[in-house]
Design a protein around this ligand. Structure first.
Ligand code: UD1
Length: 356
């Protein structure tokens, strides 16, 4: 059953600390949880059927929050949100349409704006289409959020905005240097976040994601991210393909950290409004090592193949995460070694769901 937008309801859920909670009617029920008042809220997750969006939905539902998903199911998958489809509202539509954005804001407290056309190489191939989703779509979400007077918008920004600045770790005060249409678009979204705070007083937080990975990331497209591609190739007995010499490195960040940061960014004090915060673990590993770690975990020994470096590819990426610590109390809880094992375990049991 998919609920209509305004229907009141009552539900129960569990916080991550194990406390059970109960929510009555739409939005803002006030509940006593272990002696403190937990104010329930209503979240709109754009791109909620995607990899990051669906992980956000899962945690919000677990906490008993009210959730609406807006997704056009272009890269998002119905399977990703199927377990919670009776607990959430699902709106099939696009952020490129201002009216859909306006309709989806009704009653919403917080917007987690994950909807986008991801991938650096895809944006190189489709600069106009990716601009529509990533820039026009973001502007539409902001305008609708401003008009609906939502409390805060949290935006999925991208570390690609830094480009190839040689200094590591990358810190938010560095001048951006986008190297692909995707990076330009995601950076533009950040600027819009800041300007909407300055000009219209809308509270926004931009989280600059650094190569997020974990369960439900689609390995099947030519534009898929490297970790699910490598895990699934090796599980399938195939050699993974490295673009370049494999010495390029990334601050690979497990999804649970990002989910917690998004929720923290909604509830932290207004000091974080208008801010740009790196979202990462503050470490990096290179692709040759990544292949080795996956081989070791799976008891395989498949050497990578090497293809030419991808256009628009950044060489090294590693974040300074002190601003996120300062403004939203962020602390990465699942570091790469644990995250990659959890992810490999998930694909061992679930890789078949991506079979075409
Ligand atoms: C970039 C952004 C990231 C953003 C993502 C969205 C940077 C540093 N990161 O990720 O914040 O979320 O876009 O799509 O800009 N590779 C292979 N073989 C493959 C696939 C990829 O060798 O089969 C290589 C790529 O060339 C790259 C690295 O693996 O060097 C990571 O690629 P990918 O997972 O696609 O992410 P980024 O482009 O780094």
């Amino acid at each position: 059953m998919e609920r209509s937008l305004n229907e009141p309801y009552r539900k129960t859920g569990n916080l991550s600390n194990g406390d059970s909670i109960e929510q009555e009617s739409k939005g803002l029920g006030k509940l006593l949880v272990s002696g403190y008042e937990h104010v329930m809220a209503f979240y709109l997750v754009t791109g909620g059927a995607g990899f990051i969006g669906s992980n956000l939905v899962e945690e919000l539902v677990k906490r008993g929050e009210q959730v609406r998903v807006l997704d056009n199911f272009s890269t998002g998958r119905r399977e990703n949100i199927a377990p919670w489809k009776n607990d959430i509202e699902i709106v099939e539509g696009t952020i490129v349409d201002p009216e859909t954005c306006a309709r989806c804001m009704e009653g919403v407290d917080f917007v987690l704006h994950q909807g986008a056309m991801p991938s650096v190489p895809k944006s190189v191939e489709f600069p106009v289409e990716s601009n529509e989703a990533n820039v026009i779509g973001t502007l539409n979400v902001l305008l609708a959020a401003r008009d609906a007077k939502v409390k805060r918008v949290v935006y999925a920004a991208s570390s690609s905005a830094y480009g190839d600045t040689p200094t590591l770790p990358k810190i938010e005060t560095m001048p951006p240097n986008p190297m692909s249409p995707y990076a330009v678009q995601k950076y533009t979204g950040e600027m819009y976040m800041r300007v909407f705070h300055q000009v219209y007083g809308l509270e926004t937080v931009a989280l600059r994601y650094f190569n997020i990975f974990g369960p439900r990331q689609d390995p099947t497209s030519q534009y898929s991210a490297v970790i699910p591609k490598f895990i699934c190739a090796i599980l399938d007995g195939k050699q993974p393909t490295i673009f370049g010499d494999g010495t390029q490195s990334r601050d690979f960040t497990y999804i649970d950290n990002v989910v917690e940061a998004n929720i923290a960014a909604c509830h932290a004090s207004s000091e974080c409004a208008g801010k740009l915060l790196n979202m990462a673990c503050g470490d990096r590993i290179d692709l040759n090592k990544l292949v080795q770690v996956i081989n070791e975990a799976l008891g395989t020994n498949l050497d990578p193949k090497y293809d030419p470096t991808r256009v628009g590819d950044v060489k090294h990426s590693q974040a300074d995460i002190s601003a996120a610590k300062k403004y939203i109390g962020y602390e990465p809880k699942v570091l790469f070694p644990e995250g990659i094992m959890k992810t490999i375990d998930w694909y061992k049991s679930n890789a078949s769901q991506f079979a075409k």
